[in-house]
Design a protein around this ligand. Structure first.
Ligand code: HEM
Length: 110
């Protein structure tokens, strides 16, 4: 477990998305409460729990959104902004980002 305090990080991340011109349109019609819960538990599972992510697969969720490389990278940048805002140490940030990077091919354009 690298990081136990997912909630404030995810709230910062949502705030970043909400104020972003490049990627906000993807989230415009999403249920933000559902996204928040799902992202919190996914992040928790990704950082070695103890918790289980019970939502849909990354492929199932993102298929049809037509997410390109540029927008994927931009969302990762917004997450980095949120981690900076929450003063998460850089070694921890790097571990989180490297795990997310492994999911790239599940999320980009399918
Ligand atoms: C590694 C990067 C990413 C991860 C780990 C991730 C993870 C997730 C998770 C866990 C959910 C909620 C699942 C649930 O229903 O419980 C979700 C939903 C969503 N994601 Fe991603 N995501 C990533 C990248 C992106 C990118 C790059 C975009 C758009 C540019 C995006 C757009 C969305 C949208 C719009 C939803 C909400 C779908 C809905 O309305 O239900 N995601 N994502």
């Amino acid at each position: 477990m690298y990081y136990k305090d997912q909630q404030p990080l995810v709230d910062s991340f949502i705030y970043q998305i909400g104020n972003d011109r490049q990627v906000f349109h993807y989230f415009e019609h999403s249920n933000i409460t559902h996204f928040r819960q799902g992202f919190i538990s996914h992040l928790c599972a990704l950082t070695n729990g103890p918790c289980e992510y019970k939502g849909d697969s990354m492929v199932a969720i993102h298929t049809g959104m037509n997410i390109n490389e540029k927008d994927f990278n931009h969302v990762v940048d917004l997450l980095i902004n949120a981690m900076d805002e929450q003063s998460i140490p850089h070694p921890v940030q790097n571990k989180i980002i490297s795990k997310m990077a492994l999911l790239r091919s599940n999320i980009i354009k399918m």
